[in-house]
Design a protein around this ligand. Structure first.
Ligand code: ADP
Ligand code: MG
Length: 146
């Protein structure tokens, strides 16, 4: 299959989390994923986008989020979510289960853990004051149903 890519850019607003999920689900459709795989992709993407909105831009409601989608071979989907916000000082620490810089009860510190369990690979690049890029790679079981 030829390589295919899509890039979307959107404002860091909470309602765009649903938009980002829908874009990914729709895009992933071309690889004929299972419902479970779709749910996993959408959940991982939600966590990355909500982190950009809540932490990257500190809920300010403005700031650019770029989401790049690519298919790789016939069975891999690559999703990179970039913000140009606050950045993360210690990525290793931030990715530990239960670690959160937010006091609020809604934040559990499990976002990166969820991404790591639902995507096959998670890469985080970040620089304080410059922003954060999270790359999720999902391998799809192309032989389902055969
Ligand atoms: N895009 C981001 N920009 C800045 N900080 C981030 C970003 N994503 C994650 N973080 C930091 O990593 C921590 C852990 O993230 P996560 O595992 O999703 O837990 P939670 O969002 O519940 O705090 C956050 O509390 C925050 O400090
Ligand atoms: Mg989070």
């Amino acid at each position: 299959m030829e390589s295919n890519f899509v890039t979307v850019e959107f404002e860091a607003l909470p309602q765009n989390q649903g938009f980002a999920r829908a874009v990914c689900a729709s895009y992933a459709g071309q690889l004929d994923p299972t419902l479970e795989e779709l749910t996993e992709i959408k959940t991982a993407v939600s966590e990355a986008v909500s982190n950009a909105v809540i932490h990257g831009y500190e809920r300010k409601g403005t700031g650019k989020i770029v989401m790049e989608l690519k298919t790789m071979d016939q069975d891999k989907i690559f999703i990179k979510i970039t913000d140009f916000g606050k950045g993360i000082r210690d990525v290793k620490k931030a990715m530990e289960p239960m670690f959160s810089t937010e006091e609020e009860r809604e934040m559990s510190g499990m976002g990166f853990t969820v991404m790591e369990s639902f995507a096959d690979k998670v890469f985080v690049e970040s620089e304080p004051g410059r922003g954060t890029a999270v790359t999720l790679i999902k391998y799809l079981d192309v032989y389902h149903g055969i």
